[in-house]
Design a protein around this ligand. Structure first.
Ligand SMILES: Nc1ncnc2c1ncn2[C@@H]1O[C@H](COP(=O)(O)OP(=O)(O)O)[C@@H](O)[C@H]1O
Ligand SMILES: [Mg+2]
Length: 327
């Protein structure tokens, strides 16, 4: 049984006050996420990520299609208790301290008295702000608030967690902490569904990802499947290389970058075996510094796919789609 399943999930918002008309934010999203997966839901701003998460949390309702969590329709009360949710821009009462807020939520989840305080303390420590528990939230930075949001999402020890842009607003150290936290959730068998427009985070975390653009799913698969799709090449770095020699290479190389005097990075297409060129250049007096395959990043694949989808959309649908692409 999948942990999360959506079937042709579609959402139209009604926009325009005087002449309301439907604007499609999500179109026929069909996805299956296995239990224990860390699933990255990727896409540029306006792609429909938050809309999908809100549909799964039943904060809004679909125009058509359906969604199930843990084998039950979304909204099932028994299942709701087993979910955690970090909204995109969590809002908290400024005047409460971190501890007060968490104790409050712990009570909402059914913990009483000292048990609620103990649970709140545990979660604050887990997200690394145990030392700031007595501080009012208005003194917290964006990164610290994000951690409070995470603590809140994990209070009920959920089986499935939905995180909407959990890394946004965090500095590199904060992002690393969130990554480690997500990995710990996986160790406990928790299913994590997180949205992000920061691809490097997904690359290092996810078992599988989906790429959404303008409301449509344009790719899904494991990170390595998606990366295999992009064709790389070779990067050959040489020193003692004369500019005239580089100039003579012409179309045999895709690009030459001079790093320092006589020191070049040459990019070769993937189908050109680098050993022949390496021998020639060595014979001409150059020395090898390094030779590496150029591995495409998720970012390369993303730009290619999203770019392609945008071009097709413009071509086929023309002006009809413009109002949806104001990102
Ligand atoms: N409440 C709303 N009313 C009308 N349009 C909305 C509403 N919420 C989102 N949208 C539109 O739906 C599209 C998808 O938005 P969203 O799901 O927030 O994208 P993402 O989270 O990927 O940035 C955008 O074009 C956005 O303007
Ligand atoms: Mg969003």
């Amino acid at each position: 049984m999948p942990a999360i399943r959506t079937e042709a999930l579609t959402k139209d918002y009604s926009t325009g006050f005087w002449r309301p008309r439907p604007s499609r934010a999500l179109e026929n999203l069909t996805l299956e996420i296995a239990p224990g997966e860390i699933f990255g839901f990727l896409g540029p701003n306006g792609a429909g990520k938050t809309t999908t998460l809100k549909l799964l949390m039943q904060l809004i309702f679909p125009t058509s299609g359906r969604a199930e969590i843990l084998g039950r329709p979304v909204g099932d009360v028994g299942v709701k208790r087993r979910l955690g949710y970090l909204p995109e821009n969590p809002y908290f009462y400024d005047n409460l301290t971190a501890e007060e807020l968490l104790v409050y939520y712990a009570r909402v989840f059914g913990h009483h008295g000292s048990e609620a305080a103990r649970r709140a303390g545990e979660l604050l420590d887990l997200v690394g702000i145990g030392g700031e528990r007595a501080l009012q939230l208005r003194k917290f930075s964006k990164g610290m608030l994000q951690r409070i949001g995470l603590a809140q999402a994990l209070l009920n020890d959920p089986d499935v967690v939905f995180l909407d842009e959990p890394m946004s607003g965090l500095d590199p150290l904060g992002r690393r902490d969130v990554r480690e936290l997500i990995l710990r959730l996986r160790e406990r068998g928790c299913t994590v569904f997180f949205s992000s427009h920061i691809l490097s985070d997904a690359e290092s975390l996810c078992s599988r990802v989906a790429i959404l653009s303008a409301g449509r799913l344009i790719a899904t698969g494991t990170v390595s499947e998606l990366l295999a799709f992009g064709v790389g090449g070779w990067e050959l770095v040489m020193t003692n290389l004369a500019a005239a020699t580089v100039a003579r290479l012409g179309l045999r190389i895709a690009r030459a970058t001079e790093i320092a005097e006589g020191h070049y990075a040459l990019e070769l297409p993937i189908d050109a075996a680098p050993d022949g060129l390496l021998r020639e250049l060595t014979a001409a007096g150059a020395a090898l510094v390094s030779l590496n395959p150029i591995r495409p990043t998720l970012e390369d694949v993303f730009i290619k796919k999203v770019g392609g989808a945008r071009e097709r959309a413009t071509f086929h649908h023309g002006a009809h789609r413009d109002h949806r692409e104001k990102t």
